[in-house]
Ligand binder design. Structure first.
Ligand SMILES: [Zn+2]
Length: 85
């Protein structure tokens, strides 16, 4: 049986989950399964990293950009070239 305290926490959690600007990631590391290979995407203090070859050349890639789309306001976007911004 749930007490009223727990019910209040669940209601609050639902509201918080809709208010993503309350959350900002400092660091994380994720496995990303691409079409051909898997890569490790990581984020530390506003800087992105990915183990794919494209990232090594350009400093951003489809994997980091996908993560940015998912995480939205909770992360700082990698530098986007003006042509595609
Ligand atoms: Zn990548």
């Amino acid at each position: 049986m749930m007490d009223s305290g727990m019910i209040g926490k669940i209601v609050k959690a639902k509201r918080y989950a809709e208010e993503r600007d309350r959350i900002s990631f400092d660091t994380f590391r994720a496995n990303f399964k691409g079409d051909h290979s898997s890569y490790i995407v990581s984020y530390e203090g506003g800087s992105w990293r990915c183990t794919c070859g494209y990232f090594a050349q350009r400093g951003l890639c489809s994997h980091t950009m996908a993560m940015e789309r998912i995480l939205g306001v909770m992360v700082t976007p990698a530098m986007m070239p003006e042509a595609v911004a």
